[in-house]
Design a protein. Structure first.
Length: 562
């Protein structure tokens, strides 16, 4: 090596296959037989870990799309590139499971102990300060109370039978409003955002904002026992004392459907969050499923030989839990509507049930609340958590995205800590517990644009992505019969020509004249049909516009200038 070549550069390139030549002394080359250590280290770091095939199967989006039917090479290349992107995304999703190797934060008891023996005070002493602040009691004197959490789990609404109503942010304990409606409060429900809620009072259903101002009173919903809000359809569903089910579209303020179920008073009702179907439990042990588009139930299940005391559907819409007066709890697969997957006995019938995002089942038996750990997989031999409340339980619900169970009694409200109950990884575009005012407004607009019509409420949630092929074909055939018919073919047959009269040229000329005449007749007939259809449509539209009552959205229509 000459003095003009830097020794550091020589050491750096000593293991490479690149030739380094001196500008003054040509012909002198630096070569090495071995590669440097840092190159081997980088190669070792870049080695890909083997992906679990089960994880790949879980994240797979199905088999690759076949190229049959794709004509051009350009679209074939695009299809191959898309499949490469999908395969790469599946591998990345499966690889991220390496970082999520922890299970839910359930309590683990030592040998010879049971988690049901742990009290709430012991749990509070062994958790962090933020979690300990979520355990609190509200001693109120206007019960019994009903309660509802918002979709993102940040706000709480409670209503007492003696008229007391309160809405607040239960995490920061910031009160939105508190009032007494001087009337019996039967049930409460949040609407699509935390600034509006509905209260089923003695006679009718009233709407309020988060300042306690009454917005509207729906007198068509009278003597209501239970309220449920469908967030993806913007429907407020209610069941009353007579047995009527009502669906109110809160986005436009119109009643979608109302009919009698002929099942008696509606006292036990819940919704399936996946498809928006209402589940009603009757005194004959039958659970019926209802939608606003049909007056007959979509499905019926004979669950118990006795009356049903409570029902609950898990947030994923897969399993349904029922409890009867025979002291038996049964877990059903809603997708198949077949026999129970799990069945076990409890010491007394449960008057209320709730299922958390992680599959924990809560049972209210008198003044005792029991939480069972994932009963949809195996029959629990003992309770996961047991808590004795200060009075008879009248309502309960797991808080979304929190390890908290809200319980309402005759005296007030209690917040219980249930480790492992909530989902820790939330989708901020779906339900954000930390959303700001601007995010809330944007989310409301997006939800209105993505609103699902009530006609799509069915047992199969995938029906919304399907096409009604028979009806679509009927519409196309009807249009073809009226306005899209081809000109009729002319069967031209000339009489036997006499000898020496005319020829082939004359025959073709006469045939063309006849075809043109038939075509003019067909065009004239089609014009008459079109004008008649347009005239009837115009008359119907003007009559409907005159007879139709004013709509709440008419103020957004453009006014025609005279």
């Amino acid at each position: 090596m000459t003095e003009n070549v830097d020794t550091k550069a020589a050491k750096h390139f000593a293991g490479c296959e690149i030739k380094v030549e001196d500008t003054k002394f040509s012909g002198e080359v630096i070569e090495a037989e071995q590669k440097p250590k840092h190159f081997r280290q980088k190669r070792n770091k870049q080695k890909k870990f083997k992906i679990d095939p089960d994880a790949l199967q879980r994240h797979s989006r199905g088999p690759a799309v076949s190229e049959t039917g794709v004509k051009t090479n350009l679209f074939k290349r695009k299809l191959k590139q898309k499949e490469i992107y999908l395969q790469f995304s599946n591998e990345q999703a499966a690889r991220t499971e390496i970082l999520r190797n922890e299970e839910e934060g359930f309590m683990e008891a030592e040998e010879g102990e049971c988690t049901a023996e742990y009290t709430q005070s012991q749990i509070v002493q062994n958790v962090d300060i933020t979690s300990a602040a979520k355990r609190f009691n509200l001693n109120l004197g206007f019960g019994p109370y009903r309660m509802k959490y918002t979709k993102n789990g940040r706000h709480l609404l409670i209503g007492g039978r003696k008229g007391h109503v309160a809405a607040f942010d239960w995490i920061t304990k910031r009160l939105h409003c508190e009032m007494n409606v001087t009337e019996e409060v039967v049930d409460v429900a949040w609407l699509h955002i935390e600034t509006m809620y509905a209260i089923a009072q003695k006679n009718w259903v009233h709407f309020y904002d988060n300042q306690g101002t009454e917005l509207h009173c729906v007198k068509q919903m009278n003597s209501v026992n239970r309220l449920e809000f469908l967030p993806y359809h913007f429907l407020l569903a209610s069941g009353n004392e007579v047995g009527y089910l009502c669906w109110l579209d809160t986005s436009i303020g119109e009643m979608v459907s109302e009919y009698n179920t002929r099942l008696g008073p509606v006292r036990i009702m819940c919704q399936n969050p996946t498809n928006g179907v209402l589940c009603l439990a009757g005194s004959k042990g039958v659970v019926s499923m209802w939608s606003p588009s049909t007056r007959e139930p979509l499905g019926k299940m004979l669950c118990h030989p006795t009356s049903i005391s409570s029902i609950a559907v898990d947030p994923k819409g897969t399993y349904m839990a029922t409890c009867g007066l025979d002291k038996s709890v049964k877990i059903w697969d809603v997708r198949s509507l077949s026999g129970p997957t799990i069945e076990y006995k409890i010491r007394m019938p449960a008057q209320h049930m709730a299922i958390s995002q992680k599959g924990l089942l809560s049972l209210a038996m008198g003044n005792v609340c029991e939480v069972h750990k994932k009963p949809n997989y195996v029959s629990p031999s003992h309770a996961y958590i047991t808590q004795k409340c200060d009075d008879f339980i009248h309502g309960m619900q797991f808080c979304p995205f929190e390890d908290v169970l809200g319980v309402t009694t005759r005296k007030g409200f209690q917040s219980l800590l249930v480790p492992g109950a909530g989902e820790a990884n939330f989708d901020a575009l779906e339900a954000n517990p930390f959303q700001t005012k601007s995010q809330r407004r944007e989310n409301e607009v997006r939800a209105l644009l993505d609103k699902i019509p009530s006609e799509f409420i069915a047992l199969d949630p995938a029906a919304i992505g399907q096409v009604d092929v028979p009806t679509f074909k009927e519409k196309i055939d009807a249009k073809k019969q009226l306005l899209y018919l081809k000109p009729p073919t002319v069967d031209f047959k000339r009489a036997n020509k006499m000898k020496g009269k005319g020829g082939s040229a004359n025959t073709a000329k006469v045939k063309k004249i006849v075809k043109n005449a038939k075509k003019r007749e067909f065009v004239k007939e089609m014009k008459g049909i079109k004008q008649e259809i347009f005239r009837e449509h115009k008359v119907q539209s003007t009559e409907s516009a005159e007879d139709k009552p004013k709509h709440v959205l008419d103020r957004f229509k453009s006014k025609k200038r005279s």
